[in-house]
Ligand binder design. Structure first.
Ligand code: ADP
Length: 258
């Protein structure tokens, strides 16, 4: 298990939540939600009490990733995060009809995100992991300014287009004073399950080189792996080598907080 973190000032502004880590990406579809969910589970396995907030109001994927199909209950007027895989999770997808689109302007979506953090019954948390929507919009800015997270993890594929957007995400966090804890390279290399040949559909090592160039830590790489896609779609945590990478990322971003 991870060593206990040394005493540190509590930067978050939300009572009861000791640490907030945002997971961001410049671009959609790079595996940000997959990383956020598995990072939250890895932090819980390291002995922390962990919450996972799905701040992607328009395209929530945390319920699918964690295998939650029901609605979040309201007790004593407070939204109740759902307990699953050793963490607590809350998502817009637990409040709305999954077949209907959420058609809200930015301020309304930002306010929904804030309410899910500040007004829900999280109890005492060592870490709240926030799965942000892709890009650098209203929700990201409101999150950064109002919640003052301890740091952000950026997820990118090794591909140029994704990297350009990852750079924008890093620049945004620098501008609003949120420390970038590091970059995770996802979909990094592919090993054919049939012939065993290794290939690099999205290039290789790009995110690591970019992290170095930007002066932020490189936290690890996860291959394009059918097993991870299957477990994600089935609502189960990553296994094997991928779980080990997420454990290392968890140790790098906080280890044991509580
Ligand atoms: P984002 O949050 O960036 O939009 P998701 O985490 O929702 O991305 O991932 C998009 C899709 O890619 C999902 O179906 C997910 O299971 C799959 N996926 C993510 N990372 C990997 C990976 N390393 N290998 C295989 N499939 C992956």
């Amino acid at each position: 298990s991870a060593p206990a973190a040394t005493a540190r000032p509590v930067a978050t502004t939300v009572p009861g939540i000791r640490k907030i880590v945002a997971v961001a990406s410049g671009k959609g579809g790079v595996g940000k939600s997959t990383v956020a969910a598995n990072l939250a589970i890895a932090l819980a396995r390291a002995g922390n009490s962990v919450g996972l907030l799905d701040a992607d109001i328009y395209g929530p994927s945390v319920p699918t990733l964690l295998g939650i199909s029901g609605r979040a209950r309201i007790d004593d007027g407070k939204l109740q995060p759902v307990a699953v895989h050793g963490i607590k999770a809350l998502s817009m997808g637990m409040m709305t009809d999954p077949t209907k689109a959420v058609i809200w302007r930015g301020p309304m979506a930002s306010s929904a995100m804030l309410q899910m953090v500040e007004k829900a019954d999280w109890g005492a948390l060592d870490v709240l992991v926030i799965d942000l929507p892709p890009g650098t919009g209203d929700i990201q800015l409101t999150m950064a300014q109002k919640l003052k997270p301890d740091g952000a993890v950026i997820v990118s594929t090794p591909q140029d287009l994704a990297l350009i957007d990852a750079r924008r995400a890093v620049a945004m966090f620098a501008e609003v004073g949120v420390p970038v804890l590091g970059v995770v390279e996802n979909m990094s290399g592919y090993v054919c399950p049939h012939c065993g040949e290794a290939s690099d559909p999205f290039g290789h090592g790009g995110a690591e080189a970019e992290a170095l160039a930007m002066g932020v830590p490189f936290l690890g790489r996860i291959p394009l792996d059918i097993a991870l896609r299957r477990s994600s779609d089935a609502g189960a945590p990553a296994t094997g080598a991928n779980a080990a990478v997420f454990a290392a990322v968890a140790a790098a971003v906080g280890g044991r907080v509580g």
